[in-house]
Design a protein around this ligand. Structure first.
Ligand SMILES: Cc1cc2nc3c(=O)[nH]c(=O)nc-3n(C[C@H](O)[C@H](O)[C@H](O)COP(=O)(O)OP(=O)(O)OC[C@H]3O[C@@H](n4cnc5c(N)ncnc54)[C@H](O)[C@@H]3O)c2cc1C
Length: 391
């Protein structure tokens, strides 16, 4: 396997890599390939990750977790991808955690965090996107209306992944109508929904089949009653709270892309060295060698931006720009590496048994989700470079 760590990496990070590699060795390519064929959830893998405590690294020690940062969480996810796996089945617990940690009440933390840390409760679903609003989050139409000591939730969400494999959902809903707020980002609130109670009592979940094994769904809320104590933080401030979570998500997804990128380059290099055509390894041809080398260079560069963004996040500094740029660079680099690897494998790249086409499909998602490349560029153009707002 290619060295994928930076020079002078702290012992803790090396230990995390070693631990995840050992765990992932129990889940070889064939495990992921079979799941992909059957569109099945990696239950055994997620259980092993939970039992080993890896999904609880962001939970403070006083609540049963490891009390580590997004940097360490990102290394865990990177290593899963580097080993040929797909952390999408369980990564949300990492990136939604910040919202609960930073904005949840003590009572909420005491109620949920120890159970999440032990694996008794799964918090794997994050509900923001809606069919009509798309990326324009402030236009969401799902409403939460106060009704005594409850909120009444109505509306629809799409692309809510893992809702059928989670006990808790972090939901964004509008509590004050758009035409009654000073700014469109005001009047949105975050709720912790207990899916075990909600399904069949105002919430319906329908799976949505996609091009990779992803377990995404649409949600229909028809007067779901949620206890008022499940509101996270203050009513109306939810957009600000999710932005924190979104920065963590971008950094963590960047790390997954980087792991994919290293996986692709490793496979492409090995194949280019072994495959002999015209009496020479195909990697001897610079038309094959240079694109692989370039893909590697781009992954290493994206990796630096990932560490920069993660360090800022962990230090509590503003990191929106770095998190977005890390996500863009890493998603581009992994997609480039995926293309190059498919090309290097020639016809065999399309054969399922080599896993290249599976990882190719999986890594393509990150050009679009959780934020599309265009939207990152518009953020950079407008907010960092001061060019005119385009929408
Ligand atoms: C498999 C999968 C899993 C997902 N999981 C979750 C989840 O768990 N929770 C959740 O809340 N969401 C989830 N999403 C949703 C995901 O975050 C959105 O798909 C993504 O943010 C893009 O939004 P959209 O699909 O509505 O695209 P749209 O907003 O409809 O945009 C369509 C295209 O137009 C481009 N575009 C739009 N506006 C502009 C503009 N002003 N300038 C330039 N280009 C523009 C976009 O870049 C995009 O390429 C998931 C999506 C997928 C496919």
């Amino acid at each position: 396997m290619l060295p994928n760590h930076l020079p002078n990496e702290p012992d803790l990070h090396r230990d995390i890599r070693r631990g995840i590699r050992q765990l992932c060795a129990r889940f070889p390519d064939s495990y992921w390939r079979d799941l992909d064929r059957d569109q099945a959830y990696p239950t055994d893998f997620v259980r092993a990750m939970t039992e080993a405590g890896w999904l609880a690294v962001l939970i403070p020690e006083e609540f049963g977790g490891a009390g580590l940062g997004v940097t360490e969480a990102s290394i865990i996810l990177e290593e899963i991808h580097c080993a040929g796996g797909n952390a999408a089945a369980c990564h949300a617990q990492m990136y939604v955690m910040g919202t609960l940690l930073r904005h949840g009440s003590n009572a909420q933390k005491e109620q949920y965090l120890p159970a999440i840390a032990s694996g008794e409760l799964r918090m794997q679903a994050f509900g923001v996107t809606e069919p009509d609003a798309g990326t324009d989050t402030t236009k969401i139409r799902t409403t939460a209306t106060r009704d005594g000591d409850h909120y009444r939730i109505r509306g629809q969400k799409i692309w809510i992944s893992r809702a059928q494999h989670s006990d808790l959902l972090l939901l964004l809903a509008r509590t004050t109508p758009l035409d009654q707020v000073a700014k469109p980002t005001h009047g949105l609130s975050i709720f912790l929904i207990d899916l075990r109670m909600a399904v069949g009592n105002g919430l319906t979940i329908e799976p949505v089949e996609v091009m990779m094994n992803h377990h995404t769904t649409q949600l229909f809320f028809d007067d779901l009653l949620v206890p008022a104590e499940n509101l996270i933080g203050e009513e109306g401030k939810g957009f600000r709270y999710v932005l924190d979570g979104m920065n963590a998500e971008r950094i963590l997804i960047a790390a997954e892309c980087i792991g994919d990128g290293y996986w692709f380059v490793d496979r492409a290099t090995t194949y280019a060295n072994e495959r002999v055509v015209f009496d020479r390894p195909i990697g001897q041809n610079q038309g094959i060698q240079f694109p692989i080398a370039r893909a590697y260079v781009n992954i290493r560069a994206a990796d630096l931006m990932r560490y920069d963004a993660a360090a800022r996040f962990d230090a509590g500094q503003p990191c929106g720009a770095e998190a977005n740029m890390a996500k863009l660079l890493a998603a581009d680099a992994s997609w480039e590496a995926a293309n190059v690897t498919l090309q290097t494998y020639g016809g065999f790249g399309f054969a399922k048994e080599y896993d290249v086409e599976r990882k190719f499909r999986e890594t393509r998602l990150y050009q679009v989700a959780p934020i599309s490349t265009n939207l990152i560029l518009s953020y950079v153009g407008q907010h960092l470079l001061g060019m005119p707002r385009s929408f």
